[in-house]
Design a protein around this ligand. Structure first.
Ligand SMILES: C[S@@+](CC[C@H](N)C(=O)[O-])C[C@H]1O[C@@H](n2cnc3c(N)ncnc32)[C@H](O)[C@@H]1O
Length: 416
């Protein structure tokens, strides 16, 4: 059976949307996930992607919070169709966060800065163990009070069954929304993204597009049909149902063929197929751009950024540029790993006590100014060395560094 994509077909194929939040069904959830065992430093494109998201979400929030809202509350949704386990193993930091967890930090920062904004984080995850781990990771944001409290929901299941419901919630709230579509491979049939194609104010979509994966499948297909002569690709497609389902469904047809022309270099073909993917959304998003992530393990991925407003395009490009520079300057002070390293050494000095930025400045002012110290305190909070209160510029250092799963005082004491 083939699918030509499009909202109508998606509606017909969409299963019941009545149950949005499950509990992992019968499978007992374990707090485990492959990302928690694979160091992020060895997976450059994942680190690059996360750095872009970490930088762009607060800017997206700021863009949406601007404007004359006449005192009305503004709602912003940060949505992950492929939530992951919330944590990635890190050689430099022990562990670091996945995209929905960074979205929670961004949500908190946006709410702290803009009192008229409420941010909602939604993450759909089909692996019950990963969903369980993600829940534990984001729990601190749910438990937090005031502007630090974030409305987070981890939704168990396949995004195909839940995306329409989430987007309905976005529309009901007349909210702006950033959606990250982040699969491992190329299993994102176009029809499954149909809920993103309905009119919506302030919607931006980021697709982590596996260009080398798509291209390998395209080349296999072309080779099988006789690369030079084959002109009737439809026969070829029909002869190979497995590949048809991967590539044909992702493109909702055969537009990928025009992107992969004979004689193209591998490099040009990667860019071309990524652009072809972006162009699928031409009628729905005025601005479609592709950004090549740093590659790892022979895998080349692009972030496909779909936006309706030129400001989003400019700001996303800036975030991507800054994230790319950050990796190159990984050993310089004040990048992410640098802040984390100083946070670890401060924790060794101050654990179990409370310190103000003022005091840290007295003791370390020869090396770090107050702005840098604030960044270090924020990194200490994110890396669970303590709790930083930006209102009083004070940090309470934990006696022992916590793990992301130790979210409550009782959990912490149990593990001591
Ligand atoms: C690349 S990881 C996501 C990583 C996460 N976005 C991050 O940056 O930390 C892909 C995740 O999608 C989940 N997944 C795969 N197919 C899915 C589907 N159809 N619906 C929801 N989640 C899915 C996998 O279990 C895996 O945890």
């Amino acid at each position: 059976m083939t699918h030509d994509g499009g909202p109508k077909e998606a509606q017909e194929r969409s299963p019941s949307l009545s149950i949005v939040e499950g509990n992992g069904a019968d499978t007992p959830a374990r707090a485990d996930h492959p990302d928690a065992h694979r160091p992020i430093e060895l997976h450059k494109q994942t680190a690059h992607k996360l750095e872009v998201i970490r930088r762009y979400d607060p800017v997206f929030g700021a863009i949406m919070a601007q404007g004359d809202w006449h005192g009305q509350q503004v709602h912003i949704f940060l949505v992950d169709t492929h939530g992951g386990g919330g944590q990635h193993l890190s050689i430099e930091r022990g562990w670091t966060y996945g995209s929905p967890a960074w979205a929670c930090f961004s949500a908190r920062d946006i709410q702290r800065r803009h009192s008229n904004v409420q941010v909602h984080v939604r993450a759909i995850e089909s692996d019950p163990a990963a969903a369980h781990l993600l829940r534990l990771t984001v729990q601190r944001h749910i438990e937090a009070k005031g502007t630090d409290h974030v409305d987070v929901r981890v939704i168990d299941g396949d995004y195909r069954d839940h995306l329409a419901e989430v987007m309905d919630e976005v529309r009901r709230n007349r909210a702006a929304c950033r959606v990250l579509v982040d699969p491992h491979g190329i299993d994102i049939p176009l029809w499954t993204l149909a809920p993103l194609l309905k009119p919506a104010w302030g919607l931006e979509v980021i697709i982590n597009f596996d260009a080398s994966g798509a291209l390998r499948v395209a080349h296999q297909l072309l080779k099988k049909g006789g690369l030079a002569e084959s002109s009737d690709f439809d026969d070829l497609l029909l002869a190979n149902a497995a590949h048809q389902s991967a590539l044909g469904e992702m493109f909702g047809g055969s537009s990928w063929r025009a992107a992969v022309r004979k004689g193209m270099t591998w490099h040009d073909a990667l860019e071309s197929i990524a652009r072809a993917d972006a162009e699928l959304f031409a009628p729905y998003f005025a601005h479609r751009n592709v950004y090549r992530l740093r590659s790892s393990d022979n895998q080349v991925r692009y972030l496909v950024h779909l936006a309706r407003h030129p400001l989003g395009v400019t700001k996303f490009r800036e975030a991507f540029g800054a994230a790319s520079r950050e990796g190159l300057l990984a050993t310089r002070f004040l990048d992410g790993p640098g802040r984390s390293a100083v946070a670890a050494s401060f924790h060794a000095l101050y654990r179990g006590t409370e310190t103000t930025i003022e005091r840290l400045h007295e003791e370390h002012g020869h090396r770090y100014d107050k702005r840098a110290l604030r960044g270090i305190c924020e990194a200490s909070d994110q890396d669970l060395y303590g709790v930083f209160d930006p209102k009083t510029d004070t940090i309470s250092w934990f006696p022992k560094r916590r793990k992301p799963t130790q979210t409550t005082l009782f959990g912490h004491l149990d593990l001591e």
